[in-house]
Design a protein around this ligand. Structure first.
Ligand code: PGA
Length: 250
């Protein structure tokens, strides 16, 4: 059985002081969660979150990682640097990075490899644009993005990885994929992994849904058999909302 994983993606929000306040509120609130709980925060908040989450079940995540170990890459952070700050998870290939920062399937793959080699758990984002869904290309897009991202990883590394299916049209828009749409597309992703790496690997890899997931729709989405958790943007910025999402089964 796959253990569900709920991860907050704070994006470019929260100063260290605000981060400390939010995590301090979450620590007692989510302590009985049955899922893995992660907050993916700006690098400037790592120290504050690490300190505030100490001894709790809240794990620290980053929002990107560079593929080189070190060198002349102004503004970038290496996997070893993240590890040294206590980071355990890292979001890779978020649609905002693909859209605004020229991220490609090739660079996503390089980042994923660098992350797993350093012992970080990648949260790999895939998802179709609105017109791609409307033209009937959703399955083709998510299969391609997924297999490109996983290229070169061992079976064990894939089993430990997390994939986040995030239809781009549902991110930050208030539009959510229906429970059935999300379940079906995640099923497509899992089948693609099974075809390439075998059923055992596909059965182990956790696939989240992301895109306007919130306290109201979390129960329905999490009741779907293929959905192993969520990547939460807007609703992860307020302690009561994120708590309700994390405690979806309570
Ligand atoms: P949202 O963001 O929950 O605000 O739609 C999700 C994400 O971008 O990961």
């Amino acid at each position: 059985m796959r253990k569900p994983i709920i991860a907050g993606n704070w994006k470019m929000n929260k100063t260290p002081e605000e981060a400390r306040e939010l995590v301090a509120a979450l620590v007692p609130a989510v302590k009985d969660a049955d899922c893995d709980v992660v907050v993916c925060v700006p690098a400037t908040d790592f120290a504050a979150v690490k300190e505030a989450a100490q001894g709790s079940n809240i794990h620290l995540g980053a929002q990107n990682v560079h593929f080189a170990r070190s060198g002349a890459y102004t503004g970038e952070l290496s996997a070893d640097m993240l590890k040294a700050c206590g980071v355990e998870y890292v979001v890779i290939g978020h649609s905002e990075r693909r859209q605004y920062f020229g991220e490609t399937d090739k660079t996503v793959n390089l980042r994923v490899r660098a992350a797993v080699e350093a012992g970080l758990i990648p949260i790999i984002c895939v998802g179709e644009l609105k017109d791609e869904r409307e033209s009937g290309y959703t399955d083709t897009i998510v299969e391609y993005q997924t297999l490109m991202a996983l290229h070169g990883l061992t079976d064990e590394q894939i089993k430990n990885a997390v994939i986040a299916y995030e239809p781009v049209w549902a991110i930050g828009t208030g539009l959510t994929a229906t429970d059935e749409q999300a379940n079906e597309t995640i099923g497509v992703i899992r089948k693609a992994v099974a075809r390439k790496y075998g059923q055992e690997v596909a059965d182990a890899v956790r696939v989240q849904y992301g895109g306007s997931m919130n306290p109201k729709n979390v129960k329905g989405l999490m009741a779907q058999p293929e959905i192993d958790g969520g990547l939460i943007g807007g609703a992860s910025l307020k302690a009561p909302d994120f708590t309700q999402v994390v405690l979806y089964n309570k």
